[in-house]
Design a protein around this ligand. Sequence first.
Ligand code: SAH
Ligand code: SF4
Length: 346
Amino acid sequence: MSPLIDLKNLSPLELEAFLTGLGKERFRAGQLLRWIYPRGVTDFAAMTDLAKAFREELAERAVVSSFVPEFEEVSRDGTRKFLFRLADGQSVETVLIPMEEGRATLCISTQVGCAMQCAFCLTGTFGLTRNLTAAEIVNQVCAVRASFPVDNIVLMGMGEPLHNLDNVVRALEILCSTSGFDYSTRKVTLSTSGLVPEMLEFGRRVCVNLAVSLNATTDAVRNELMPINRRYPLAELMRACREYPLLPRQRITFEYILIRGVNDSLDDARRLVKLLHGVKAKVNLIPFNEHAGSAFLAPDPAAIEAFQRHLLNRNIVAIRRASKGQDISAACGQLKGKLEEQKLLT
Ligand code: SAH
Ligand code: SF4
């Protein structure tokens, strides 16, 4: 007998193909998606608008996986971190961040670890263990939505999403499908360290918001902070941003971690203005989050202020983002999962 297929690993189109392969009508895919995602049902027997024989056939060939958090932690600021144990014993973390007006943003992971080795990021220091499957990506959303409303989704947890492009695209197609969770493209943001070819391919395949982790304004500094820059230097990255397909009012978000004495000078602010010339951009300024794995320091508040003012004066939308969830290691760049934590201690 062939192994059971996890239906959460199939995009809506792949689910249609799977069903037509069983001789079923295409529209059954929508019915199944509505059971699996908005209703959160994992047992085929409970899918009562499907014929009994069809439900039995499904149960012979497929499963619907689900996650239960192994561990949950709440920060003083209301940020909530979930740890999920994966079938092979690895773990991933997902963070629910309260926003204004009672809304919440869910920050999900796309890999166990990350291969990109950015100098400032704790996730990167451990290297890549493996990609997450599409099911493991969407199950983070399914599990949190079972208990909390999730208004926005950001792919900014562990991992470089464009390094796991196919599974990330599958997961986004499910999240945005009208029969799935029906997230509008404005509510979903993918963040990348700047894998240029994958970025352009992603733009052709899916339409969600794009964030680029920029973090430096010269190749010399960016090479040190983000080794990926040696493969795709700033000029190439910015050219890809100019070419990136955007909807009429959409912009690319540039994330810029301010690190004391490294990239937080007014000269950097001036170079940033030049780099963004001709790009529909907004800038998120994030003070570096100090952590035991790095000698970098958080910037001086006056330096943040001056940097932001320089951008605003040149009509660049620049927002200061505080990292939430610091007291529970849920803030940007602090996600690492349980196993790695043990490695750190031994
Ligand atoms: N790998 C993708 C997806 C998100 S990574 C990317 O790099 O864009 C996690 C995010 O946390 C990135 O935006 C990164 O710039 C930020 N980050 C990493 N370490 C940080 C730190 N120590 N302080 C503040 N932000 C950090
Ligand atoms: Fe990976 Fe992003 Fe961390 Fe860089 S910042 S190591 S790309 S998770």
